[in-house]
Design a protein around this ligand. Sequence first.
Ligand code: GLY
Length: 352
Amino acid sequence: MNKQEVILCENLESDLAHALGQCPHDRVFVLTDEHTHRLCLPLLSRVDGLKGAGEIVIGAEDTHKNLATLASVWQALSDGGATRHSLMVNLGGGMVTDLGGFAASTFKRGIPYINIPTTLLAMVDAAVGGKTGINFNGLKNEIGVFAPALSVLIETEFLRTLDSRNFFSGYAEMLKHGLISTPGHWAELLDFDAGQIDYALLKTLVGRSVQVKENIVREDPTERGIRKALNFGHTIGHAFESLALAEERPELHGYAVAWGMVCELYLSCLKTGFPTDRMRQTVRFIKEHYGTFAFDCKEYDRLYDLMKHDKKNTAGVINFTLLKDIGQIALNQTADKDLIFEAFDFYRETMG
Ligand code: GLY
C-alpha cells in the first residue's frame, strides 16, 4: 500500500494547490455532501486547480453510505468524462471520505484521491489510514478496500462550526489514541477544557492524535496485527451502536465507542492488569462528557449476539484489543460471556 501524506494545514488553499500539483491529472472531480457543498466548497473557490472541476454532491446522512449512492458517484464520474488519469477530492465527513475513497479506488481500477475531512471524527480517524467502503446488507463498512488517499489535508478551522455532539464523537477517537499511545498524551486529553475550546491547542492535539494513527497504519496497513490497537473500545462500542440503531434511538459512532471503552477498560483491569485509578479517571471523563447509554440486563444477550457477528472475529470467537496500561496493547484477547456480562454490570453501576 502506498504511503499517504497527512498535512496539518496552515493554509488549506495553498496546501490543496500543492497536493493537486503533485499528481498529474486530466480532470478533477470534487465530491461533497449537501452541507459541505454549501458551506465548505466555497472556501476553495480561489484554488486554480479546482476551476472547472466536476462537482458531485450526495446526501449528507449516513443512510446514503450505500450501493445506490456509490453507483451515482461512479455514474457522475463516467458522465463527466473521468479517465484513469482523473483525480478526486473528497470534501466532507467520514461518510464522504469512506464512500468517495471507495468510488475512486474502484473506478477504472482506481484513480487517485485527496481527502479533506471536515469533521473531527474524519480528521483523526476515517479520512486517515486508507480504509474505504460502504454499508451493505445492514452491516457497517461491509464492502470496501484498503486504498490510501494521496494526501489528507487537515484544516482544523472547520472545527469552529462543528456542533458539540459531533465534536465529542470525534474526541472519543482521540481519547482512544491517548489510551493506546502515551500517558502524557492521555493526560493532556483528559485535561482539555471542551467547554471553552482553545482552538490552537485543539490543533496541536489533533496533530498528535493523527500521528498516533499514522504510526500504527505505517507499521500494519492492512490490520494483520498492531492496527487492531485502533479497535480498542469498538468491540462493545459497535454492539451499543447497532442496538441503538435497531431500537430506533441511533447514537453517534464516537459516543458508542466512548461507552464501549468504559466496558473494555474494565475488562482490561480484570484480564490484563490495567491500573484501576487510570480506568476510573477515564470513566469519569466519559461519564461527564458523554452521558450514558441506557440498557437493562434483559438486553445483555442481544448485545452479546451483536458482538458475535462482528467482522473482526475469527471462527466466531469474540476478539478484543485490551490494554495492560496506557500504550501497552494486548491484541487478540478473549472474554467469556460471564465476564462480558460483568462488564455490562460494571457499566450500569458506574455510568447509570
Ligand atoms: N478506524 C480504525 C482503523 O482505521 O483501523
